[in-house]
Design a protein around this ligand. Sequence first.
Ligand code: SF4
Length: 487
Amino acid sequence: MESSGNENRGRIKVSCEGHSFFYPISDILRLFTGKIPKESDGQVLCEGNEGDPDITVISRVEEDIVETSIEGAGERIFSKREDLRLPLNREVKRQLYFLLSGHFQKTFPWGSLTGIRPTQVARELSEETEMAGIYGVREDKAHLAFLTKDNEDRILMASDPSAIHVYIGIPFCPSRCSYCSFVAQEAPRKTELLPSYIDAVLSEMDMVLPKIGASIETLYIGGGTPTVLSEELFEEFISSVFSHPEFSRLSEVCVEAGRPDTFTEKKLQVLLDHGVKRICINPQTLCDETLVRVGRKHSARDFLDTYSMARTMGFSVINTDLIAGLPEETYEEFCDSLCRIIELAPENITVHSLSKKRRASLTREEIVRQEEEELSRIEKMLSFASGKLVKAGYFPYYMYKQKDTLGGHENVGYAKEGTECLYNVAMMSDQRSVLSFGAGGMSKRVFPEGEDMLHVRVERCSCIKDPIQYISNVKAMAEKKIGFFCE
Ligand code: SF4
């Protein structure tokens, strides 16, 4: 039931003096409250948690000092500018985290690391203990970040730094999962759009690909659920994609089959006929009650059947996604799903934590609440997954955190040695350029600025999210990308 008002909710007000780092401050407030802060007149305001008193925080940057304090409470953290090891925005954020952590007696596994990739921070540090000391990251998470960073770096070293990685997005699904925060449209209600959407994507590729001089190393077809297309349209689409000479020397192709209810033998055969042997089949959970609860229109049995069909047909690398923290799913149910997946021995297993974003209907209905009990349950699930997967011969090889993820938890890709998905590392590490086709895709160009992996500059180029708008503006989108990559 929705809360009727703010009677017992304290408000947190952060006054920014001498700086305007509103985003970093909002990130930390959101971490502690789960609410979306508002910025106005040099202040960031946020509804607090039930039962907490109002507090006013002063975040001050002066010529010789950076200081964060709670008005009237005597709580204060400060650093001399000359002693700072971090950029100012990160120091402001770090201080606010530690101040609120002490005030509310609350810590988070990743400390003040929000809105930044933990592996990137690990690259900037020499010791795991520094991550804990500087950012408040828990020891086991710091270890995970360093381990993942080492694996990311090893994988990137074997790839061509000047090559481009291509993503094609099909943002349609058979139904919308209640936790979805992507731009996915429900295909059953939008079937009439699918042929023109595919035409638009293919024409965008026709316009852009010949203009991109760089070689293309990997191709990832994701969504949504690309296999939501009818068999005929899927075949036409895949054949057209692979007719591009630019894709003749790919070292990896991955297709996100995603929802098991969209598979047919014919669609899988089309992929095999074009040499695609790497796919994702994502159950998210093997608990049927949860699958019904989150609006996925398939059962655990459907997943097991399609997994077995894909294996029998000869797919050699299969990724499966699981989510920790699905509504009302117990720790035992999550562990049971993970153990059953491990028994199947897919080459890759990706463990997500439930992301709480404003667009998801789950958030609107306030089904997911940021309660201590729930956070520690997700934490237990992630710890179980990490320990169990490492024991089963998987290692973490890429990681990302999404804004608003419940409790600031992480998403981690695990792989058996030699089966890692290079595209995922290229995309998530921000160390390689990515060219995206389709509605909502984000392209990025990476410019090396030094001899090591620490110094890269990343520029991004967004694309219209709405598929209908995308179809009507595809020429403009193509021109935008040509300008972005060729100038
Ligand atoms: S399958 Fe993925 S993209 Fe599609 S509705 Fe579910 S969460 Fe969203």
